[in-house]
Design a binder for this molecule. Structure first.
Ligand SMILES: [Zn+2]
Length: 77
């Protein structure tokens, strides 16, 4: 499946710094995951969001030192 890659500049990373980075968006029609939305910041922070067929949304934000800031799963109603 095609992955959309977008570069961004001077965005606020999860650690609070303003850095450049890249965002990948992937619409995957496979069994598990419907939409993947990931951001990679120049400082090393990452943000991942996954939407599943059943409406649940997983969000994981990792700071550049490896500390996980958010790791949660929202189960759709
Ligand atoms: Zn960072």
């Amino acid at each position: 499946m095609p992955t959309t890659s977008t570069r961004f500049t001077h965005e606020k990373a999860p650690c609070g710094q303003f850095v450049d980075g890249e965002r990948l968006q992937d619409e995957d029609r496979s069994e598990q995951c419907l939409v993947t939305d990931e951001s990679f910041y120049a400082c090393g922070c990452t943000s991942e969001r996954h939407e599943y067929h059943d409406g649940s949304v997983a969000l994981k934000i990792t700071r550049h030192d490896g500390h996980i800031l958010i790791d949660e799963l929202d189960v759709g109603s």
